[in-house]
Design a binder for this molecule. Structure first.
Ligand code: HEC
Ligand code: HEC
Ligand code: HEC
Ligand code: HEC
Ligand code: HEC
Length: 178
């Protein structure tokens, strides 16, 4: 049920589209294979590349990625630390300001979703093992558009287990399945 998690795992309340996905996926899934492989639609364009070029660190926006299990998608309060004043030249920035004006969260859709029975922790990998984000997410600093698909190479049990084997980390089932 990857499609449903995108709506439920966010800290902000699910938007209408999210609720629809939650209700429709079990139904449509039977017909269309609601597998999460279909591209998602994001609320507006966002460029990781431009922010990287402005020398903004990943952890400025993904504050929890080194210290907590879930990196989480950014909340608008963080964006407005800089965007109270106009930073860019594109209409997307005005859309951001409209959300802020309405005191709404931007309903970003999470594109990397493990099934609910799998436990993954950013703190273990980024905090303890000191891994780079790019090891799993590729070159985010070159990404010019809001993501529409998963960018974790092979979000599979095999990929997890292979690296754990290589690094002599436990592969007991309960490590990843609680
Ligand atoms: C060992 C691989 C790995 C590394 C390293 C890693 N991630 Fe992730 N990331 C994942 C996986 C797997 C998911 C999906 C998690 C889920 O569905 O519970 C994910 C999900 C996310 C999400 C979506 C929200 C969430 O927490 O599920 C964000 C944002 C994110 N990662 C950012 C980062 C950033 C920023 C870094 C570096 C500071 C990083 N990740 C390092 C594997 C990794
Ligand atoms: C630390 C400061 C900072 C934070 C935090 C920040 N931005 Fe930006 N943002 C910038 C700067 C600087 C630019 C201009 C980059 C450029 O045009 O080269 C920019 C540009 C943009 C643009 C317009 C692109 C353009 O160049 O016209 C959008 C849209 C945007 N940011 C969205 C966001 C969102 C959404 C968040 C929160 C998730 C966010 N920003 C957080 C500094 C920040
Ligand atoms: C200025 C704020 C900002 C900065 C800096 C930033 N991100 Fe993001 N990130 C976002 C926003 C907004 C989204 C949701 C839109 C999208 O998917 O492009 C996002 C989405 C992601 C996702 C997808 C999570 C998912 O599963 O949906 C990953 C992975 C990620 N960022 C990693 C990184 C990494 C790695 C860096 C540093 C190179 C970084 N981010 C820097 C704001 C930021
Ligand atoms: C590129 C290498 C790599 C990949 C890919 C990877 N891991 Fe890990 N993982 C590690 C390392 C190294 C540690 C040890 C962290 C530490 O120092 O405590 C670890 C630790 C963990 C832990 C904590 C174990 C403990 O005993 O506390 C969990 C849970 C975990 N990984 C789950 C996953 C899952 C689920 C995936 C796949 C979605 C995954 N990992 C993918 C390298 C990786
Ligand atoms: C390092 C993390 C990790 C370990 C260790 C691990 N798994 Fe998994 N497992 C995953 C991930 C990630 C998925 C979801 C992605 C997938 O299906 O490949 C998964 C999926 C599964 C599924 C569902 C497959 C499906 O087709 O839906 C089963 C069953 C499973 N694991 C059993 C086990 C058993 C039994 C063990 C111990 C021998 C084990 N796992 C150890 C990460 C792990």
């Amino acid at each position: 049920m990857r499609c449903a998690r995108s709506a439920t795992s966010r800290s902000s309340p699910p938007d209408l589209g999210g609720r629809f996905a939650l209700l429709l996926c079990p139904l449509l899934g039977l017909l269309s294979g609601c597998s999460g492989d279909a591209p998602v639609q994001q609320p507006f364009e966002f460029s990781h590349k431009r922010h990287f070029e402005a020398e903004i660190d990943c952890l400025t926006c993904h504050e929890k990625a080194a210290d907590e299990p879930h990196a989480t998608l950014p909340v608008i309060r963080g964006c407005m630390k800089c965007h109270k004043e106009k930073q860019g030249k594109t209409p997307e920035e005005d859309v951001l300001l409209q959300y802020a004006g309405r005191k709404e969260e931007v309903p970003w859709v999470q594109v990397n979703n493990l099934p609910g029975h799998v436990y993954f922790s950013h703190r273990a990998h980024v905090g303890f093992a000191e891994m780079e984000c790019s090891t799993c997410h590729g070159e985010m600093k070159k990404v010019e558009h809001a993501l529409t698909r998963s960018n974790v190479e092979h979000l599979t049990m095999r990929a997890c287990i292979n690296c754990h084997q290589e690094k002599s980390v436990t592969n007991d089932c309960v490590t990843c399945h609680k």
